[in-house]
Design a protein around this ligand. Structure first.
Ligand code: ADP
Length: 481
């Protein structure tokens, strides 16, 4: 596992003293105590302790001193008789010192390499940390110190989720499952900094495994996207406000038609009510006719309230709701609101809907708004047509696209004057309008609605022949059991 390759400063400061005292003690025992064992082997401990705080040169120097002390003790004690046992003990001690020095140098080099690599991670602006399998932080780079305000010393050894008060976009057990399966996970997480403020990060996790494939740690790389998120939220809010305003404007253009849709059933309620009264006032009341009249009253009353309910849904200011919507069903609602307008403007409706349901995932109100807007534009464009019947064609179909995905296509076609090829690229730009009272926001809003549903909108036209606007939306495929 990649852990921070440095020792706590507090323990480091005692090491030189321990090494010095150790070397002195070993020398004294080796020289003056009457033991017939290789005491000088203990210099190995001095070298191992020194390896923690000395450079390569320092370590070589300490090793040389230990060798010098071992040989000195040998000469002091055995200057008059070079006994073979003592000589062997001395040689064993010297080889132990040399081997340990070699290993310590090698180990120090490995640590230095690791330290260099860790220093590289400090250069990045990303916050990087490593958590072991118990979620305890083992590594914490400079970027993490800067982002969260916790220093390396404070963070290492603490549970990451607890320290950062992490809020995940999905249950943690699902994240852990995904990480275990793919060795990777990424998503947006909300953390709390040391100063108590929240930070939203784009987080990428990579699982580290040992030689046997067992998970040993997770490296986490986080980027601060708080500002970007806030800007996106503000943009969505502004777009929703704008969509709401233009929705009201479009509905304003349909007022006469809508009023008729409500008035007609209300008038029918009154007429049927009066008829029912007349049937009752007869000498022999005809209860069958009364019942029929009352049933018609109920049907018409329901129709009026249905229109009002749909209107209220369209005018209400709601947050974006994503739910499965059948595009054919959605068109029924749209037509209910524009039917009258078509009749009033002498426009024939040619409807060609796909037989099967066309499920998409989206916001019903917004998608209705987009299609109403296309229909109203088409009707307005056809107002200049006087030499032929005006015709609005609305069709829906499923189009195979990149497998396994399919696309739902809604086409709104008119036989108006068409669109000037020079203008076709500007249509979807905000405030582009050729109408004296136009706002030029309709198509721009249509495009942002369709794109926010993962789709696209395309305009095509033959000048003099009319225009077609096709809306392509990703189909919501049935979930396979
Ligand atoms: P507005 O309706 O307020 O002008 P839109 O964004 O809905 O705003 O439309 C922008 C322009 O696109 C219109 O002014 C018109 O020139 C052109 N346009 C839209 N639909 C059609 C159509 N069906 N036929 C011809 N021109 C169209």
């Amino acid at each position: 596992m990649f852990t921070q390759p440095s020792l706590p400063k507090s323990s480091l400061q005692f090491y030189p003293a321990i090494a010095l005292l150790g070397a002195a003690a070993i020398f004294l025992i080796d020289t003056f105590a009457p033991f017939n064992i290789a005491i000088a082997v203990m210099y190995v401990a001095v070298i191992m302790i020194s390896a923690n705080f000395l450079s390569r040169e320092g370590l070589l120097a300490i090793s040389a001193i230990c060798i010098f002390l071992t040989v000195s003790s040998f000469f002091i004690v055995h200057s008059d008789d070079f006994e073979s046992g003592a000589m062997v003990r001395c040689l064993i001690s010297l080889s132990a010192i040399l081997v340990t020095t070699f290993l310590a140098l090698k180990n120090n080099q490995a640590t230095l390499n690791l330290r260099d690599q860790a220093a590289l991670l400090d250069l990045t602006h990303d916050a990087i940390y490593v958590r072991d399998t118990r979620d305890v932080i083992a590594y914490w780079n400079a970027g993490a110190e800067e982002l969260y305000g916790w220093t390396r010393g404070e963070a290492i050894g603490r549970p990451a989720i607890e320290l950062l008060k992490s809020r995940f976009p999905m249950p943690l057990k699902d994240i852990t499952k995904e990480l275990a399966a793919a060795d990777r996970w990424q998503g947006e997480i909300t953390h709390v900094k040391r100063n108590g403020t929240e930070v939203i990060v784009a987080s990428r996790w990579s699982q580290q495994r040992d030689d046997n494939g067992r998970p040993i740690a997770t490296m986490v790389t986080n980027n601060d996207i708080t500002e970007q998120k806030h800007a996106e939220d503000a943009l969505h809010k502004a777009q929703a406000e704008l969509a709401h305003v233009t929705r009201l404007t479009t509905l304003g253009e349909l007022t006469a038609s809508i009023a008729h849709e409500v008035n007609q059933p209300l008038a029918a309620v009154v007429t049927n009510g009066e008829a029912a009264l007349r049937w009752l006032q007869r000498d022999v009341p005809d209860l069958k006719e009364v019942q029929d009249s009352l049933e018609r009253m109920i049907t018409n009353g329901r129709r009026a309230s249905d229109v009002i309910a749909r209107l209220r849904a369209l005018t209400r200011k709601t947050d974006l709701i994503r739910a499965p919507v059948d595009v054919n069903e959605l068109l029924d609602d749209v037509l209910l609101l524009v039917d009258r307008e078509l009749a009033a403007k002498n426009v024939a409706l040619n409807l060609s809907l796909a037989k099967a349901p066309l499920p998409v995932l989206g916001d019903r109100v917004q998608l209705q708004q987009a299609i109403i807007n296309l229909a109203v534009n088409a009707v307005q464009a056809m107002m200049t047509v006087v030499d032929r019947p005006r015709e609005l064609r609305i069709s829906t179909r499923v189009q195979p696209s990149d497998p396994p995905e399919r696309t739902v296509v809604v086409e709104v076609t008119d036989n108006g004057p068409g669109i000037d090829p020079a203008a076709i690229n500007k249509l979807f730009t905000a405030f582009y309008t050729t109408k004296s009272e136009g706002m030029g926001m309709g198509l721009s809003i249509c495009r942002s609605i369709v794109e926010s549903h993962g789709g696209k909108i395309i305009a095509s036209s033959e000048v003099g022949e009319g225009a077609t606007f096709s809306v392509h939306l990703p189909m919501k495929e049935e979930e396979k059991a």
